[in-house]
Write a protein that binds this ligand. Structure first.
Ligand code: ADP
Length: 451
């Protein structure tokens, strides 16, 4: 329950704010730790270094009395005789000169805010005279304190700069995400798949995400347009037979008097109904195939299948004066769906028969080193102009000059069915055509592909 409330609250805070709070906390912690350890270390450092320096300097004067000076390098020196009478030197302000010899150890004197280290030592060859070195710790401590004070004063400014700069960078970094969600909302509201996210040039993670989003929109737009086009094509194709049926039946109702006239009208209606059934079954077939991801495959002799189909076509067109020739390699077997592949060659030969002048050639050759076989269907008909060759695979597409021909009674779906079936077989189809000379459809199928 508590966790749910916490999640509800934190999910409402923008990510940029969350990240800023997160690193501000740690930077603040880090800064406090650095400053704290600086205070601590500086104290130890000052004590250690200054005590060592004091011992060294006093020791030097005790062994070389002629080097005696009242003040050198931050240290005050005093000289006494054996009874504690001051013989020379300088006493730092605030130091209480007790003149009691306390040899070979660091002594500490604290008076109000002042702190001193002092060190005594007998002077060599001077019969009881001794030297005292005094180091006023407060002085160097004050400098360090000032330094620390400056640092502490600077740290909020530094912290502010870090937080502000970081926040700005994160905020700007997330701007494209805002654009992405706005674009998605607009697409949802207006169903306008042509919208794209424009966040300029870049290759960071957000730009890459926007690119992926745009390419997803490309796919969505093309399939959306495809579907739209498909529905409009289907209605367009159905409109003609339906209009004919309606006109013919209306005419029949009003004007037909004899059985013969009625039969004629029924013939027209029957022909148009057949066209509609034909079209609808082709659409169903294509839709079914496009929804499939895999098909049932079995090993079969494709050479035999090609010869059988060719024979059927020879029989079908025996009164058409068309010369068929075949160059089919024997005993080539492949893994595939026989029924669907029959449909492929049936469609290709139907087209060849529709558009040829007088020759149709079919060949099959296997290439075991390429693990494929190639089947070519060639005719010497009207051909397909170069600029139309990429379009004939689209659903309902028919080349203008063939559309006008009385003998092309298709709907422009045959080749879409062919290419869909071949995709399901991991195969492909290529086209070579020279208008008014020849057209070759080249089907390439893998031989040993079971999957
Ligand atoms: P259709 O059922 O109309 O033949 P297809 O998808 O099979 O539909 O073919 C699309 C179009 O491609 C045909 O309408 C025709 O214009 C062209 N086409 C296909 N095969 C041939 C060919 N062998 N020769 C000339 N044009 C062809």
């Amino acid at each position: 329950m508590l966790l749910k409330i916490k999640n509800k609250i934190t999910n409402q805070i923008p990510i940029s704010v969350k990240v800023t709070i997160w690193y501000t906390f740690f930077i603040g912690l880090l800064l406090a730790a650095i400053l704290g350890s600086l205070v601590f270390i500086s104290d130890i450092l000052v004590t250690n270094v200054s005590q060592k320096e004091l011992i060294k300097s006093v020791n030097e004067i005790a062994t070389n009395p002629h080097k005696f000076e009242s003040y050198d390098d931050g240290i005050f020196f005093l000289k006494y005789d054996s009874s504690g009478r001051k013989l020379g030197g300088l006493t730092p302000a605030g130091f209480f000169d007790n003149a009691r010899f306390s040899p070979n150890k660091i002594n500490i004197q604290k008076k109000r805010n002042n702190r001193f280290f002092y060190y005594d030592m007998k002077i060599r060859h001077e019969h009881g005279n001794w030297v005292r070195g005094i180091f006023p710790v407060t002085k160097i401590g004050n400098i360090l304190k000032k330094l620390l004070f400056i640092l502490i004063m600077m740290s909020p400014i530094l912290l502010f700069l870090i937080i502000y700069g970081g926040y700005k960078i994160i905020k700007n970094g997330f701007k494209p995400v805002e654009k992405i969600s706005n674009t998605a909302m607009k697409i949802k509201e207006n169903k306008d798949f042509s919208k794209r996210i424009d966040i300029g040039y870049g290759s960071d993670e957000i730009h890459n995400m926007a690119k992926s989003f745009n390419s997803m929109l490309d796919t969505l737009e093309s399939s959306y347009l495809h579907e739209k086009q498909f529905s409009s094509d289907v209605s367009h194709e159905l409109r003609t037979p339906i209009s004919v049926i309606m006109a013919e039946s209306a005419y029949g109702l009003d004007h037909i008097d004899t059985i013969e006239e009625a039969k004629e009208s029924f013939l027209v209606i029957n022909r148009q109904s057949k066209r509609m059934t034909d079209l609808l079954s082709q659409i169903m077939e294509l839709t079914k195939l496009e929804g499939k991801e895999t098909i049932v495959k079995e090993k079969f002799d494709i050479s035999q299948m090609i010869i059988e189909i060719e024979n059927d076509f020879i029989k079908m067109s025996k009164d058409k004066n068309i010369v068929f020739s075949a160059d089919v390699e024997n005993n080539v077997s492949i893994y595939g769906n026989r029924v669907l592949l029959e449909r492929v060659f049936y469609n290709l030969l139907t087209n060849a028969l529709k558009f040829t002048k007088n020759k149709i050639k079919i060949s099959l050759k296997s290439y075991s080193y390429l693990n494929c076989c190639i089947i070519e269907v060639e005719d010497n008909g009207i051909g397909i102009p170069q600029n139309e060759q990429s379009k004939i695979w689209d659903r309902f597409y028919q080349v203008e000059q063939s559309r006008n021909k009385n003998k092309n009674k298709g709907y422009g779906l045959g080749l879409s069915i062919v290419s869909t079936i071949l995709k399901l077989h991991n195969g492909k189809i290529e086209l070579q055509s020279t208008p008014n000379q020849k057209t070759i459809f080249k089907v390439i199928l893998p031989i040993n592909n079971k999957s």
